[in-house]
Design a protein. Sequence first.
Length: 312
Amino acid sequence: MKLITDEQVRSVLTMRESSAVVRDAFIAAAQGRAVTLPRSRTYLYHLTLSVMGGIVAPAGMCGAKVYSTNAGQFDFVVVLFDGKDGRYLGTLQGNALTEFRTAATTRVVIEAQMPKEASTLTIFGAGVQARAHLAALLEFDVFRRVFIVSKGDGEAMAASFSQAHPHVEFQTAEAITAVPEADVVITCTRSPTPLFDGKLLKPHAFVAAIGSSKPQTREIDDSTLQRATRIIVEHKEQARKEAGDLVMAQDGVVDWDRVLEIGEVLPEDAAAHGAAQGIGVYKSVGVGLVDVALSALVYKKLEARAVIDSHT
């Protein structure tokens, strides 16, 4: 049995390469060359067992991510199979992978959808995902001002990023100050209720809500959704079950016939953006397609380094 550890995952993954692989996976899904297995959750007593996965033909693999949840703590593994003959390839610890997959997906969407002259980013949260998203987006080298809105240690987050990015101005602020200034807004919290009034948004702002995958919680309000010219999700079937930001909206606010999947909004040129007008919303819940695509990348890179042997 081949077990790939979190340390090995971190040793080979970069955000830039992860984003490219995620982008290719969503384009493949739009073309019918990849498919997502929507998440299934099972509950008993204090435990939740979740399963999600996908088949990614261009990567030559399929697989499933399985994880437990106990008192808000998660433990993940991804099981990989060969896409041609179906044989078992290996298992990856999925905790490090999760640090990359959500931010990489958000980065792909924002690269394609953010306003052409974007320079100000507002991020809600100061935890692991907020830090991962901020690091991923600063690689674009377009943001010159970042507002951090957090009930946690936003000051420490600002200070740590300031050292690595001296050309960027980092500030902690309240939503009422930070949202009207933002070209891009990202919400990375566990808030069960909306974090800001959508009326505060700039006319062409782009909003990425990634903090929740539960139908009873939401980070953005109906005003944001009503003002949006486009709503983007990873997978419509899964979003209709899990995306509280959308399913909790009042009747008529979200037209599911007009909701787009990521692969439908990605241009041929990965660096192209700015064509869409008006406020855009991306609502993430996380899909197994991404876990399989990134796991395949890790497996192939470790195999190329002779760290693992695919024939044993």
